[in-house]
Design a protein around this ligand. Structure first.
Ligand SMILES: C[S@@+](CC[C@H](N)C(=O)[O-])C[C@H]1O[C@@H](n2cnc3c(N)ncnc32)[C@H](O)[C@@H]1O
Length: 435
């Protein structure tokens, strides 16, 4: 099998079965055989198909007299890929229809595929007008968004998640002044140490990758460590003990070292801890790393702060990882909420009086952020939720009790720079009394 459309539809099928795009691409022999140009095209098609999954499936339904049976899933995915290319990627209709019909002959479904794709080509403009603005947000996300946002605000999120996001690079603090990063990376600084640039798909080919002078980190995801940066003056950092729970693959670990904190970074997953070590080796950073379940960890000391980046649905990353849009996480959500609460409750024992828990999740679901912290504050009256500084607040919305929720959006950093922000939730909890 060498045709890019067939490869794309096979990969898509596995994503619908909850496999990760990056992992499939690493191991799929047919994908690995493609040249770089075709690889990029296959990835682009899959990402766009996932981002527009509800629009595309609604169009397919319009042309089917009865739904395709489950065993015809290959045909469904071929149609998804082809419709995406015709309507949204503006690929030559002739090429798409001809090759897809050829592939469908193997499954004896070429007549149906031919009829549907020719109808799509004929009605292209009308379909685009009718379905181009339909929301692609799944119900398990929408349900929670409706609790805080107006229909217009939800519409804005739907609009932004179908765009290709830019890349954010965190530049090592000690190297910011010594190079003209905006010229070297063809980008713009959007925070003192975060640079926004175009995503060309080849991270390890960017300048100074091998030298380890930067790493990829979204601005939203850098904010929890920026909270610590605001809480503890530089002069106190060497004495402050920070425990980072759920640390891998290490974006925030690198940032903690970069900002001069003494941190212990801990994660349950051996695979992800190895990724963290590889990432930090490239940067030549050497914090203390522990691979264990936090719920079995019994340190003999208390910490000035615990940074808890809890496991979550990742619904804040739907633009960067659109596979999240097609996997129903309703059941996972319940399990995650239990785990988040257990991690939070366990953290409180190891925080010094006047110390902090920074709780964060890359989620836009209320139940993983706002409701989780509300529950914790009700059960733990010796903790209070502390104000975020204005420089961080500006990126999101303050829900009650100083909790910060960032929604996926385009943010205007200055008159001529605007860029994409991931969804994120951050709460700073202060231990006012020991119990
Ligand atoms: C959101 S990711 C962390 C991302 C990371 N902080 C970063 O910035 O690169 C959540 C992590 O929690 C870890 N995790 C889940 N349950 C855990 C537990 N009980 N103890 C320790 N780590 C856990 C997972 O292995 C996963 O790496």
């Amino acid at each position: 099998m060498t045709n890019t459309r067939e490869i794309a539809s096979e990969i898509l099928q596995r994503i619908y079965k909850k496999q990760h795009l990056d992992k499939i691409c690493e191991n799929e022999p047919n994908f690995k055989k493609l040249d770089q140009r075709d690889k990029n095209f296959v990835r682009l098609t899959i990402l766009e198909t996932l981002r527009r999954n509800i629009q595309i499936d609604t169009i397919i339904k319009r042309f089917l007299t009865k739904p395709l049976e489950y065993k015809r899933i290959k045909i469904q995915n071929l149609l998804r890929i082809s419709i995406c290319q015709i309507l949204f990627l503006k690929v030559s209709e002739y090429a798409v229809v001809n090759t897809t019909v050829e592939i469908a002959k193997k499954y004896k479904f070429h007549k149906l595929v031919n009829a549907i794709l020719r109808n799509v080509c004929r009605q292209k403009k009308q379909l685009f007008n009718e379905f181009g603005n339909l929301s692609n947000l799944p119900s398990w996300i929408l349900k929670d968004l409706k609790k805080n946002l107006s229909p217009t605000e939800i519409k804005q999120i739907s609009k932004v998640i179908v765009e290709e996001p830019e890349l954010n690079l965190k530049i090592k603090k000690s190297y910011i002044k010594f190079k003209n990063w905006e010229v070297i990376m063809n980008g713009k600084f959007i925070e003192s140490d975060i640079l926004l640039t175009k995503n060309n798909g080849k991270i390890n080919k960017l300048p100074f990758f091998d030298e380890g002078l930067w790493w990829v980190q979204g601005l939203s995801s850098s904010l929890p460590v920026k909270c610590l940066d605001n809480l503890f003056p530089i002069s106190q950092r060497k004495e402050r003990k920070i425990l980072e729970v759920c640390a891998a693959p290490g974006g925030k670990t690198a940032q903690l070292v970069d900002y001069g904190f003494q941190s212990i970074s801990l994660d349950i997953s051996e695979y992800r801890i190895n990724q963290l070590k590889t990432n930090l080796d490239r940067l030549d950073y050497k914090p203390e790393i522990i691979c264990t379940d936090f719920l079995n960890y019994n340190p003999d000391q208390k910490f000035d702060a615990i940074l808890l980046d809890a496991p979550c649905s990742a619904s804040g990353l739907i633009q960067k990882k659109p596979e999240i849009l097609v996997i129903n996480k309703q059941t996972d959500l319940k399990k995650l909420m239990v785990e988040q609460n257990r991690l939070l409750e366990y953290s409180k024992e190891f925080v010094k009086k006047d110390g902090y828990i920074i709780y964060c999740v890359c989620s836009i679901n209320n139940c993983e952020g706002y409701e989780q912290i509300n529950k914790f504050l009700k059960a733990n009256k010796n903790f209070s939720s502390v104000n975020h500084v204005d420089s961080i607040k500006k990126y999101g919305r303050i829900l009650s009790d100083n909790m910060l929720q960032i929604y996926p959006k385009r943010f205007k950093f200055s008159d001529n720079i605007n860029g994409y922000l991931d969804g994120f939730f951050i709460s700073i909890l202060k231990k006012e009394k020991n119990s």
